[in-house]
Design a protein around this ligand. Structure first.
Ligand code: SF4
Ligand code: SF4
Length: 174
């Protein structure tokens, strides 16, 4: 497969739809404790993504139609943050779709859970009140994304990428 189209990315887009639905649910559940708003961009930084995400975003976006993509960059800034807003918001990668929400992971030792959330949110929330029902199941989501990417790279440009390769998102506009 050398020229993937939108059909190729159907499983990835489906995962994004599921993530957005869960985000909406959690946002409603925790609305009193979430301070995310347009213009708040401390969570935005240069990231790299799996090839399936990179090429799915590329297939979806008409980058030429996006004005003023940031050019004065240091390596830590996200190139798509324009005037404190995400210029590719509808197509943003998975990690950006979960910004601000309580993310639940199994610890690296596999013997405990770890909770991650933005320090600007949940400032008056008892962290003990987080449960698997009111948090993001990040291990499941990451496993699904990993599997979708694995299937994608297996069939993409004669094995150009391994299943663990990542691509800087900034390269979308190189
Ligand atoms: S892609 Fe958008 S949401 Fe993600 S880090 Fe960049 S500006 Fe922020
Ligand atoms: S996650 Fe934190 S930094 Fe990002 S928009 Fe929400 S409150 Fe602001």
């Amino acid at each position: 497969m050398n020229h993937p189209d939108k059909t190729t990315f159907a499983p990835y887009y489906q995962l994004c739809t599921e993530i957005d639905a869960l985000s909406e649910l959690l946002e409603k559940q925790h609305h009193q404790h979430i301070n995310c708003k347009k213009g708040c961009d401390l969570c935005c930084m240069a990231i790299s993504v799996f090839p399936v995400e990179f090429y799915a975003i590329k297939a979806e976006l008409d980058l030429k139609s996006i004005p003023e993509l940031s050019v004065s960059q240091n390596d830590e800034d996200c190139r798509y943050l324009v005037g404190h807003s995400c210029a590719i918001y509808p197509s943003r990668p998975v990690i950006c779709r979960t910004h601000g929400l309580p993310l639940l992971y199994m610890s690296l030792e596999w013997n405990d859970w770890e909770l991650s959330c933005c320090e600007l949110n949940f400032t008056d929330f008892d962290l003990d009140d987080f449960t698997p029902e009111n948090t993001y199941p990040m291990d499941r989501i990451n496993s699904q994304l990993y599997q979708i990417n694995k299937n994608f790279v297996a069939d993409f440009e004669d094995g150009k990428y391994s299943e663990t390769d990542r691509i800087p998102l900034a390269e979308l506009i190189l």
